[in-house]
Design a protein around this ligand. Structure first.
Ligand code: URP
Ligand code: ZN
Ligand code: ZN
Length: 462
């Protein structure tokens, strides 16, 4: 299969230039100008006036995630199809260990869950919920199986929260075996204390969720984790960062040479805690942890993203139906399933609010959404760049197209969109996965199960 994408503006994390991309056997063969003379007979794709980007990589998703008696509402088919519509050709989803079960079994279970359904390429981070020695001993085998990042929690007391001793042990292992520790940095004791106080005062509505997750809980956890990363020499990746003070701590940690990476998410860049003022139960749509913050935080996150303090943007896509799942917490905000949809929106939101509003350059946009996640999560240069030899995962992006985000027009299996009604400019027009057209004319052409599992290796810098 030979394909030539012609006359687009090719954007990578290094620069942008007018030219052609020639694809052969699913890989990028050549990049240059006037390539049709060198490669006659290829199927031509006209990208005149459009951007040509590497397929985006979402390093933070929770697809079909079990939570008590329910699951997050996207299956691997609907979730990864929505990813493709949004220009994301690879996701790294979270496989969550069930207490008492081995990491090996967890990985098998999650691979079975995804099998036959996934339409974009995918890998798994492993959430360690039961950090007993016998399970931590499995880590080298998991690395062999392509899992090069593990998540743990300072939050969710009594369920997932790990203590400092265990965290130190995991960080030391990360140094020895060159893997990344993704951390949900919120102090679970502070969250529980605030939650119980609010409930005892009869403050049970969703609008109290942010008060139960005060910024101090994030800032304490971020400071502690960076301190412990420095002491152990382990490799830390702080996910879904929301606060200005956290950005400052991360900048300082990086300056001191800590092996430290950080991620933020579109919802923290484009929404604020004003959403919790919505009447009735409406605010439940934005019950996610950490919660939405202030405009000041948003500005610090944009600045941190532009100057490289924050490395990547992942979505933390974790959708629950408003009408039938979020309502489990109708009587108590702490019973509302945490999370929001977003897998389809990231690239376009970051273009509109980042590039168009001069907060990010084109190359920074591509780096934070495509190239840096590939490097951090051990997939570079196969994924995340437009270079000869890389997988021909490519997005043709229309910078002029105006549209309005609605749940109706998106493809995620959920009854609301966190950015419902937002009018934005810039839209994913065509997507290629390993050279094959998967999004064209507003339709998904990929067959269920055509997504490939990725054996990820150690992150760059670990
Ligand atoms: O509210 C959130 N973020 N739900 C997903 C799970 C997590 O903590 O990342
Ligand atoms: Zn988390
Ligand atoms: Zn998450």
């Amino acid at each position: 299969m030979k394909r030539l994408i012609q006359n687009g503006t090719i954007v990578t994390s290094e620069g942008s230039f007018q030219g052609d991309v020639y694809i052969e056997n699913g890989r990028i063969h050549s990049i240059g100008t006037g390539l049709s003379a060198r490669f006659p007979g290829a199927e031509l794709v006209d990208a005149t006036g459009k951007l040509v980007l590497p397929g985006a990589i979402d390093g933070h998703t929770h697809i079909d995630m079990p939570l008590g008696d329910i699951h997050s509402s996207d299956s691997y088919l609907t979730g990864t199809r929505a990813a493709l519509f949004g220009g994301t050709t690879t996701v790294v989803d979270y496989a969550n260990q069930v207490k008492g079960e081995s990491l090996e079994k967890t990985l098998k279970d999650w691979q079975n869950r995804a099998k036959g359904l996934t339409v974009c390429d995918y890998g798994f981070h492993m959430t360690v919920s039961d950090p007993k020695e016998q399970f931590l001993d499995e880590i080298p085998a998991l690395l062999e199986a392509g899992v090069s990042s593990f998540k743990c929690f300072f939050a969710y007391k009594g369920r997932l929260m790990i203590d400092n001793d265990t965290f130190v042990q995991l960080m030391k292992l990360s140094r020895k075996h060159h893997f990344l520790v993704n951390l949900h940095a919120e102090n679970g004791d502070m969250v529980e204390d605030a939650t119980l106080r609010l409930l005892s005062e009869g403050k049970t509505g969703p609008q109290f969720h942010p008060q139960a997750h005060p910024r101090e809980a994030e800032v304490e956890a971020v400071a502690r984790a960076i301190r412990l990363a420095k002491d152990t020499g382990g490799n830390l990746n702080l996910v879904h960062i929301t606060c200005k003070e956290s950005v400052e701590l991360i900048a300082e940690g990086k300056m001191r040479g800590v092996s430290l990476f950080a991620e933020t998410c579109p919802q923290y860049l484009v929404l604020t805690d004003e959403k919790y003022k919505q009447p009735g139960f409406e605010a439940a749509k934005w019950v996610l942890s950490p919660p939405l913050r202030k405009l000041d935080d948003q500005n610090a996150l944009w600045a941190g993203l532009a100057n490289g303090t924050l490395d990547t943007v992942g979505t933390d896509h974790c959708p629950f139906f408003f009408e039938s799942q979020k309502t489990l917490g109708k009587e108590r905000f702490d019973r509302i399933p945490n999370g929001a949809p977003g897998i389809e929106d990231r690239l376009e939101l970051l273009y509109h609010f980042g590039v168009k509003q001069n907060r990010l350059s084109l190359t920074e946009w591509v780096d934070r959404c495509c190239t840096a996640p590939a490097k951090r999560y051990g997939m570079y240069p196969k994924k995340g760049d437009i270079v000869p030899g890389a997988n021909a995962d490519l997005v043709i992006f229309d910078t002029e197209k105006h549209h309005t985000i609605t749940a109706e027009s998106r493809h995620m299996n959920v009854d609301y969109n966190a950015c419902e009604g937002m009018s934005i400019t810039g839209k994913v027009e065509q997507v290629f996965l390993r050279g094959i057209p998967v999004i064209r004319d507003n339709a998904c052409l990929a067959e269920p199960g055509s997504g490939q599992y990725l054996l990820r290796f150690a992150a760059e810098g670990c």
